[in-house]
Structure formats: C-alpha cells, structure tokens
Design a protein around this ligand. Sequence first.
Ligand code: C2E
Ligand code: MG
Ligand code: MG
Length: 625
Amino acid sequence: MKKGDKHNFGCVKKDYIFLRIISLAIAVFDLSISLSIKSYNPHAPFYIVWTAVFFIAFLSLFISTITSKFVKENASTILYVTYFLSSIALVYNCYSYDFLVEQSWLIMFAISAVTLIIRKLSHLVLYLITISTSSIVLLFWMDNPVVSKQTFSMTLIMLCLIVYFSMRVKFGAQSALEQSQDQIRQMAYYDALTGLPNRNSLNDYLNESITKADKTGQKLAVMFIDLDNFKNINDIFGHNFGDMLLKQAGSRLLSCISTEGTVFRYGGDEFIVLLDNTGEKECVSLAERIIIDFSHPFEVYTNEIYSSPSIGISIYPQHGQDAETIIKNSDNAMYLAKKHGKNNFQFFNQGLSRTLSRKIDLENGLRKALQNNELFLCYQPLVEINSRRIFGFEALLRWNHPSLGMISPAEFIPLAEESGLIVPIGLWVLETACRQSKAWRESYSADILISINASGYQFTYSDFCKDVNEILKGAGSSPESVIIEITESVMQDSRLASQIVRELKEIGVKVAIDDFGTGYSSLGLLKNLDIDILKIDSSFISDVSGNPNTLAILDLIINMGNKLNFDIIIEGIETEPQADLLKRNSCRFGQGYLFSRPLPVNDIEAMLKRNKEIYQTSSIGAAVQ
Ligand code: C2E
Ligand code: MG
Ligand code: MG
C-alpha cells in the first residue's frame, strides 16, 4: 500500500468518530427531553425507554470506536438490535395511544423493519433514520414549552452535520475502496518486479489488437523472448541477482521497442513484445536490434553479466487465428531459436507446430507422470544364445500417457533429460526394478540379474552412486544381482567415466556399456575401465548379414572383449540366422525379439513359472574365460 492510501483511510476514520460523537450528542439530547416531559405527558414512559435505548446503543458504539474489540466487531448488530427494540416500543406506543396521531411512528417502524430485513442498508441510512426520528420527536412536541425554537434549530444543525459527515464517510470509504481496487488491478495486470504489464494484460491487449487487426486488415506480431542461460545465472548468483537482471532486461526491451509496441513480462525469464500494424520486415529489424542491444553486458551489483535472448516470432493472422494460438506458436518458434544455438530469432512455421506442441505437451505431461502412476516398467529377457536360457532382464521404462497412449522411451527420455526430470524418474526406475528383482529371486529361487539403464544426466545432476547404494540397501537387494547400464555418451568425459565405474564397482554392482558402437567409446578407453559387460548396439546385428566388414568388426570386438575380461551381449537379435551367426562367432549372450519382447511383470512371471531353468549367472560379468 502506498503512503497516500493510509492517509486516506485515516481521514475516513476521523469522520467516523465525529459521526459517532454527534449521534451520541443527539441521543443525550433526546433522553434529556424525554426525561423533562415525563411529569405531564402520557407518552413519557415510552419516550424515556426509547431514547434511553438509543443513548446506550450510541454510547457503546462510540466507546467501540475507541476501545472495545467486541463492540467494534458487533457494531452493526448492536445498531440493528437498537432498532428492533425501539420498533417494539413504537408498536406498543401505537396500540396504547391514539393510532392516527402516532402514524408517523408507524412509518418509522416500517423503515426499521425493512432495515432489519435487508440488513444491508448502510450506516448512512441508519443515522438518517436516527436523526429524522429525533426531529419528529421535536416536531411532535414543538408546542411544548420545554422544547424551544432554539432547541429545534440546534437539532436541525446537528442533522445537517450528521448528513455531512455521513457523506464524507461514505465517499471517503468509496475513494479508499476505489484506490484499493486500483491496487488490486495493478497487481493483477502488472508485474511487481519489472512494472511491465503481465500475462493477464497480454491476453486483453492481444484480443483487442486482434479485433482491431480484423477491422483494418493489418497484421500484428508476437515476439516471445527468453533469456538464454538465465537459470544458471539465478542458480550461481542467487535470486536477487536474477531479479535485478530481469528488471534491466525489461528496461532494455522497452528502450529497444520505444513506441513500436508493448512489452509484457510473460513469466520467469520470458518477455513478450506485441507489435500492432507490422510485417515480417519490421519484426526482423526489431529482433536484430534486440539481439545487438543484449550483446552488451548487464551491470548487476558491479558485475558484468552477459545474457542473450532467443526470440520466437508469430504473426497474426497467418500463424494462428486466436490469441492463445499466436502466443503458443511464438513460444514454439522460440524453442526453435534455442535449438538453433540460442541468441537468434526464428519465425514460426506450420511444420514446427506439430513436433513442438507435442514436445511441449509431453514435457508438461511428464511432470505429472510419476505422481499419476503413468510410468511402469517392462522387462526384456537377457538370454544365453546357445541354450536359450534366461539369465536376467533389462528393465525398460514405459509411459502410458492419459490421452496420447503409449509413448516410446526414445521420445520421452530425452525430454526427461532436458527438463532434469530424469533424476526423480531414474530413482523410481532403480527402486522399482531392484524390488522386483528381489521378489523374483525369492519367489523363483532364481539367480536372476536385473539390468537398469542410467542416463548421463543422472551422474551430472545427482549423486547417483550414493543413491544406488541406498536404494539397494533399502530394497534388500544384493549388489551382484544388479547391472547398471551406462550409455556411451558418458564415456565422452573419460575422467568422469572412470570415477563412475570405480564408485559403482565399489558398491558391488556390475557395470555395462550400453549401445556400444554408436557413440564415443573406443576399445582403448574401455581397457582402462573396470567394466563387466559390453552391450553391442542392435545396428550391428541388423547390418551383419549384408556387410562383411560389420562381421569382421563384430568378431574383433568379441575377441577384444574376451581378452579384456568383459562379457558381450548383442542387442536386437530378431531372427534365427542372426542367432546362428552369433553362435558361430562365439558370441554367447543376446537380447532381442527372437527370444522375447519387453513384457510387463505378469507376463514375465508366467514365463518364469514355465521356464524354471534359469541360466546360471555366476559366470556373467565375471568374464568368460
Ligand atoms: P536400450 O537400453 O538400448 O534398450 C534396448 C532397446 O531395444 C529397447 O527399446 C528394446 O525394446 C529394443 N529392442 C530389444 N530387442 C529388440 C529387437 O530385437 N529389435 C528391435 N528393433 N528393438 C529391440 P526401448 O524399450 O524402446 O528403449 C529405448 C531406449 O530408451 C533404451 O535403449 C534406453 O536407452 C532408453 N531407456 C529405456 N528405459 C530407460 C530407463 O529406465 N532409463 C533410461 N535412462 N533410459 C531408458
Ligand atoms: Mg539399455
Ligand atoms: Mg541398448
């Protein structure tokens, strides 16, 4: 609240106290009149009761203004009760004495009753009623020598004062109310940090601009601006620092667009520029201007910080027919700008719409997938090719999206990685798979291995090895029964790779390199790592029959593996000839649709019941001699 508002409320309160003082004075006055006429007027007892009730009510209300919390909170109730009591007194009066003479009291009674029923009439009305009743008392007794003309005029002056202060209270309260409404409006439509209009304003503005554009046939553009790497700046320097940067970014945008358009803070590090009556050329030149302007450092708390913008642009009407679509498509175009290496601008195009909106839907859905139990694991048997006996299962994550159905991990795992959701999801996979394998080992007395995929992001953004240790302990699983599959991308950083492998081996789990042959690892690097299993990517086996070179490479890998003491599992075996070929080349272990597709828990259990002979795993990961 601003200083001025406080002042205003104070003024209203002063008027209110005045009003109560005058009301009390009138009540005292009335009471004194009724007491003075008691000796010769037949109505005297009624008036004494009536004015006494008023006096007590107004006295307590007056005191309440200064002190009592209870009376303060129940002020209006007291007023209503006062009216109710006085109304009863009036009825009594009407019936006891001459009805016609008392008809003016009857009118008062009706007003009081209405006040009581609606309970909504303002204090102003209540005070006016009080005053007019008092005046009627005076008028009724005008002929009486006790009530002089001066007394009557005094009452009239007081009536005027009451009306005056009532008005001031009413209008003062109204202007205070208007001011607080203004503030609420400000909060609802403007961003507190940057002072820029916010998302709510954008919708109103944009709808208005669309209506205008429809009438004039002009185009309008929405530029979605996201600050690159803002999250890192916030994480490293803290939120206050980030806030200062956002404030400066907002002012820079304002100075860039000058009078060409309106800048909105859309949320977080996202701003939107709305341009009326514009075209692609104008958008390009403005986007370039913004990029150049942002190439100069921001000065935050004496630090020079660089923060570039990624800008997505969509134009009405060609990129969307309504406000929501136009904004969404500018956001999609901004994603494209990020994909193009950030610090650039991109226009929306229709092809982008489908892929990106699905991507955004999936990313949003993934946030809720864990809580909503939409994720589950399937298990694919790992097989000894010769005997076809199972020695373990690879746990493979599945997502049953509520509206889009089954989503392939190849599609959602990268999204989980980008958003960091892979950390909680990966932990859930680890825990679920470990508990499942323990249950199977107990139920089927089988020496089953469970192979769990781990993403490189889990190593970077969480203490993965510590989590593995804790989860294994929590689930009561023995580390030797678990294989952790690391993708080749982790091998890019050889120091990180050897540290991970060492820590995992210390825990006692087996370590496999997944999808070998598609990425960065070399056999030379593997030599220095104490890994247990090499999983050869399915692209090798699909290529092997048609390409003699592939067979030669496969042969080489198998021999090297044997020499370097790790086992080899070939992924993606789909046909008998492929299995035969592998057998001939002394490749013992495999996985693929030929043996079984990844299956849900129930099907695996049925398989385990049928297939009691589980391949003895003691040799797996302990190297084939
Ligand atoms: P991956 O770890 O290499 O898993 C093997 C993939 O090959 C699985 O695909 C499996 O269904 C598929 N596959 C198995 N046999 C055959 C076959 O004979 N022919 C063909 N064409 N494909 C076969 P899926 O389940 O779609 O998983 C894809 C990838 O997603 C996995 O590749 C893995 O990299 C990743 N992924 C799955 N679950 C998880 C998880 O829990 N965490 C992480 N980080 N990644 C996971
Ligand atoms: Mg795998
Ligand atoms: Mg694989």
